[in-house]
Design a protein around this ligand. Structure first.
Ligand code: NAI
Length: 700
């Protein structure tokens, strides 16, 4: 039983308990309809109070239902029945009240909440609009402009802001049930009756053409290439001219249109894909993660410091080891600086900084790592060095400790072989900055035990990371797929496209940062060193990565030297076009005999994106990634690929695998087969007329 109805002294208390977060799923709706019918059948009820048990009032609709038939009409009927009651109806709220949860409260007659409650309408982040009356009721309470601020920004507001905006009537004392009862009784004492949102008129001053223009501009700049926020603006403005029933019908029409867009399908795909990554077919169901109470990190450099912060943020004590005092101190002071900047930006309080810093202990001796449940190695990228570190860890780590490496390019099996317990070794590939980037590639070797894999995937949760399981190969999932993308971007500038033209096309399409600007940020020396270390893997192509090499040879290492593909002023990350960089690239092209060409944006996009997709198919056929949707998570959470395009594999399905195949053939004719060879799986799927979504489904 989810919904209980208790009547006491004329007050009907509807209490809902649908853990974990009280989504308004089908069973909840059914029982709420029943409670309302029971209430209507009685004559002794003078007021209704709606509360939820557990940690929150309704957190929203059940997103799992989005894949099925539309349910909006049922929501609308349910909410209309709440609103139509002839006695006052109060929603008493706590927790995080989002989407459909907030829309339901708007159909109640009065809204109150305990301190700490947050309210939001985040639908546009899923490419849809509030579709259960939110676009029609919210403007009746707080005006079109304020309603759209909530919907377009998609950011939750607190109790003080909700009171100021006017959709919340009062803050009540906790616990929420007692506070709600007291408020409802006070309404009755004051002789207050029903008060329906639908009967209120929208303030016309909140819906002027100037306001519409401002909000439209905001929506376009916040959500380039996207439609949902603009659709929400249309829906909310309709509330200013239409009575509720007609407004709801219009909202329904627009809501259905939004749900049919690629944008919403892509965003919902990523939403579910992120929840799917922890599922590992073939892992015995009874395998349990080992408890992790203490962590250690070896190497206090850029990555080690960031990883230590992740543990401290999770409230877990972490020991940080480096080879010498100086390097350790450098690591500890960079940690202190990161926390300081979090305090100055208001992210955490000074007290929280102290608590977190106190969890991080710097050491120089391996013996101090003996009680750690997980040890993550982040020393220089050298196989010899890492093998030495792991041999050392093998001597001191307690039995069952998870031994992880943060390597980006090395063979983890070879690192594991330096220990007598390869079953406990796994890759935990964090992305830079490790304390910020959500992606965590979990890289298993053939020897990693099911328990080790489960433990690593589960560890991601307290660290607030999205784990994606990969197998060992050069570059794992993400960096392996970067290879062709980077290769083509560099080749394009050698053929005469300007860095801004290449990055501009990618960014206008939706990449959060163009690849050449990424190189400048990460340091061109970093990629050059990786290429040099793996020169044996080069294809016989004289132009391969030569743009990086030319800039590197000229001492242009990116932002840190004031110039790479672009020019930068000291202390400023703004990119400026730089004729000097272009001259260097031109000279390199001349040496290599590369003919200069004119490129359209479409060609730039195809040449950069098709190799990503093609390599993604190889990653799948090699079994390096479990599913296409896992690859989409890697790219949307670690590589700035637009979520609203669903990730590279979803995008491939959107444009059609046949188009991908034809595109690859087109460039193969132009450039030859060395780099333009369709993946076997691509050929197969095209031949069979199947999509990547089909392929995923057949495997799960
Ligand atoms: P870094 O050069 O900033 O830090 C390496 C640290 O390891 C230094 O503090 C050094 O003193 C310490 N160290 C060296 N030998 C040691 C030893 N024997 N015992 C203990 N500490 C030792 O390097 P960074 O960038 O933090 O990279 C570390 C690892 O993370 C590398 O394997 C790298 O490939 C990987 N990685 C780096 C990423 C990046 O963007 N920087 C991204 C993902 C992985």
């Amino acid at each position: 039983m989810i919904v209980t109805l208790e009547v006491s002294d004329g007050l009907a208390l509807i209490s809902v308990n649908n853990p974990p977060v009280n989504t308004i799923n089908a069973a909840t709706r059914r029982e709420l309809f029943q409670a309302l019918a029971d209430i209507r059948a009685r004559s002794d009820i003078r007021a209704v109070l709606l509360v939820c048990e557990g940690k929150t009032f309704f957190s929203g609709a059940d997103i799992g239902e989005f894949a099925g038939p539309p349910m909006e009409q049922e929501f609308r009927d349910l909410f209309a029945q709440f609103e139509a009651l002839t006695v006052p109806v109060v929603a008493a709220m706590h927790g995080t009240v989002l989407g459909g949860g907030l829309e339901l409260s708007l159909a109640c007659h009065y809204r109150v909440a305990v301190a700490g409650t947050r309210f939001g309408l985040p639908e546009v982040t899923l490419g849809i609009i509030p579709g259960a009356g939110g676009t029609q009721r919210m403007p009746r309470l707080i005006g079109v402009d304020n309603a759209l601020e909530l919907i377009v920004s998609a950011r939750p507001v607190d109790v003080a802001r909700a009171l100021a905006l006017g959709f919340l009537d009062a803050a009540i004392d906790p616990p929420v049930r007692a506070g709600g009862i007291a408020f409802t009784r006070s309404l009755l004492d004051a002789g207050r009756g029903a008060r329906r949102t639908s009967e209120r008129a929208v303030d016309p001053a909140s819906a002027t053409p100037a306001i519409r223009e401002r909000l439209t501009a905001q929506a376009r700049s916040q959500y380039p290439n996207r439609q949902a926020a603009l659709t929400a603006i249309d829906a909310v403005f309709a509330a200013a001219r239409l009575p509720l029933a007609e407004g709801l019908a219009f909202e329904n029409e627009l809501g259905n249109r939004a749900k049919a867009t690629v944008e919403s399908k892509a965003l919902i795909h990523v939403f579910f894909a992120e929840r799917e990554t922890r599922k590992v077919p073939g892992l015995p169901a009874d395998v349990r993660a080992r408890p992790i109470a203490r962590a250690a990190v070896v190497g206090a450099g850029t990555m080690g410091a960031g990883i230590a912060i992740c543990f401290a943020n999770a409230g877990l004590p972490v020991t940080l080891l480096d080879a010498n005092r100086e390097a350790l101190d450098r690591g500890l002071s960079s940690i202190a600086a990161i926390y300081q900047s979090m305090v100055s930006r208001g992210r955490i309080s000074a007290d929280e900084r102290q608590q977190r810093l106190a969890l991080i202990q710097g050491v120089l001796d391996y013996a101090s790592l003996a009680d750690a449940d997980v040890i993550i190695e982040a020393v220089f990228e050298s196989l010899d060095l890492k093998r030495k570190v792991f041999a050392q860890l093998d001597r001191i780590a307690k039995a069952g400790a998870l031994l992880a490496t943060n390597t980006s390019t090395l063979d983890i099996a070879a690192i594991a072989a330096a220990t007598g317990r390869p079953q406990d070794v796994i890759g935990l590939h964090f992305f830079s900055p490790a304390n910020v980037m959500p992606l965590l590639e979990v890289v298993r070797t053939d020897d990693s035990s099911p328990e080790t894999i489960r433990s690593a995937l589960d560890l991601a949760r307290p660290l607030k990371k999205t784990p994606v399981l990969a197998r060992v190969c050069y570059g794992f999932i993400g960096n392996r797929m970067m290879e062709g993308y980077a290769r083509e971007a560099e080749r394009l500038v050698l053929e005469g496209a300007s860095p801004r033209q290449v990055d501009g096309a990618l960014e206008a399409w939706g990449m959060s940062m163009g690849i050449l600007a990424v190189f400048d940020m990460a340091g061109i020396d970093v990629s050059v060193n990786v290429h040099k270390a793996h020169a044996d893997r080069y294809p016989p192509d004289a132009s391969y990565y030569q743009a990086d090499f030319a800039l590197h040879a000229a001492g242009r290492l990116g932002q840190k030297t004031g110039g790479g593909y672009y020019r930068y002023l000291p202390g400023d990350r703004t990119r400026h076009d730089d004729p000097e960089a272009i001259a260097i690239l031109r000279a390199s092209a001349e040496r290599l005999g590369i003919v200069q060409q004119v490129h359209g944006d479409q060609e730039i996009l195809e040449r950069c994106l098709l190799p990503i997709i093609n390599e993604g198919l190889r990653v799948l056929e090699d079994g390096v990634a479990l599913r296409a949707s896992d690859i989409d998570v890697v790219w949307t959470s670690g590589y700035g690929f637009p979520r609203y395009r669903g990730g590279p594999m979803f995008y491939a399905d959107t444009i059609g695998l046949k188009a991908v195949y034809d595109g690859i053939h087109h460039y193969r004719e132009q450039f030859g087969p060395m780099h333009w060879q369709p993946a076997g799986l691509l050929e197969r799927l095209v031949r069979e007329g199947r999509t990547l979504a089909d392929w995923d489904q057949a495997r799960d």
